[in-house]
Design a protein around this ligand. Structure first.
Ligand SMILES: C[S@@+](CC[C@H](N)C(=O)[O-])C[C@H]1O[C@@H](n2cnc3c(N)ncnc32)[C@H](O)[C@@H]1O
Length: 292
């Protein structure tokens, strides 16, 4: 692996800002009010469910799986606009919640909340250096940015393994972690859409389940795994209909090109999840106390 890849095996700040710093206002037009930008968890009898409720349910599920309720310190890697951080301290009695994001717009938004028990850093997990261990770690929808498509198979595993080793080091003994990520499903990496990997999420790539399993080996025990791909199809369809409902003001804000790009991306994603080409994994992981 060359030096550049060793330092930045995944998306750079510039690539992340290309996607997330379009405009906070634009994202408000189609995300739910908590501005959660990841797959929701719909109820089984879900027709009455709202996106807001389904996002709350997802956050509460991830918090419960990470055994983060009432603990002292929780890290959220890839914290977006802070929905998990806020729910941790406001609802789940967490003393201190720390978020990481590479997006300047997201970090500024969280700072503007001025919450005494929330801390945000605009830096990568690669640069993170906590002042004290964490009781739990949550990472939702960020892992998709941790390896670039041009990495070789062994470089990719090395990059993911490095991520899990860092998390292991930051957690208290026996600590828990929850990870939510999109992955390839019934589709090969070579078939990945050029549009998604360059225009929408540059310098990023999806993992395969086997790669996650391989990179956690000897570091974390996989306690639970669910594939909720249909939940993401429904989430994308909901985002798409909200975006379309706000078509005129969205175009006035970001222009026709950006609007059409996001519309196409949400449509393609919904179809990909429905067909099983891509999957939505939620993993519950427990730190192995001795590394092997
Ligand atoms: C799809 S958003 C998900 C946000 C949030 N977890 C949610 O569910 O609403 C992906 C997040 O990952 C962050 N991210 C991407 N690469 C990162 C890295 N190397 N280190 C820290 N955060 C990263 C982005 O800045 C963004 O906040």
């Amino acid at each position: 692996m060359n030096t550049l890849q060793t330092q930045h095996p995944g998306a750079s700040s510039t690539a992340i800002q290309h996607h997330y710093d379009v405009s906070n206002e634009f994202y408000r037009y189609w995300l739910d009010e908590s501005q959660t930008y990841s797959c929701a968890l719909w109820s089984d009898d879900g027709e009455q469910d709202s996106l807001e409720l389904a996002q709350q349910r997802k956050i509460d599920y991830m918090v419960a799986q990470a055994r983060a309720n009432g603990v002292k310190r929780v890290l959220d890697i890839g914290c977006g606009w802070g929905a998990v951080l806020r729910r941790l301290v406001d609802i789940h009695q967490v003393e201190h919640a720390v978020g990481l994001t590479l997006s300047a717009a997201q970090a500024e938004h969280i700072v503007s909340l001025n919450h005494p028990r929330i801390e945000v850093h605009q830096h990568s997990w690669l640069e993170h250096s906590p002042v004290a261990p964490y009781d739990a770690i949550i990472s939702i929808g960020a892992f998709e940015h941790f390896a670039r498509i041009e990495l070789t198979d062994s470089e990719r595993i090395e990059a993911y393994r490095d991520f899990f080793l860092h998390c292991h080091k930051w957690l208290k003994p026996n600590g828990w972690m929850t990870l939510q990520t999109i992955s390839y499903g019934n589709m090969r990496r070579e078939e990945a859409s050029q549009f998604m990997n360059t225009d929408i999420f540059p310098e990023s790539d999806l993992p395969r389940l086997a790669e996650i399993a391989q990179s956690t080996e000897g570091i974390f025990e996989v306690v639970m795994l669910r594939n909720d791909r249909k939940h993401y199809a429904r989430t994308c369809e909901e985002w798409l209909s909200r975006l379309r409902a706000n078509r005129d003001r969205a175009i006035a804000l970001v222009g026709e090109d950006v609007f059409s790009r996001y519309e196409r991306y949400l449509k393609l994603s919904a179809v990909g999840f429905r067909m099983g080409k891509i999957a939505l994994l939620r993993l519950t992981l427990r730190r192995f106390d001795t590394l092997h």
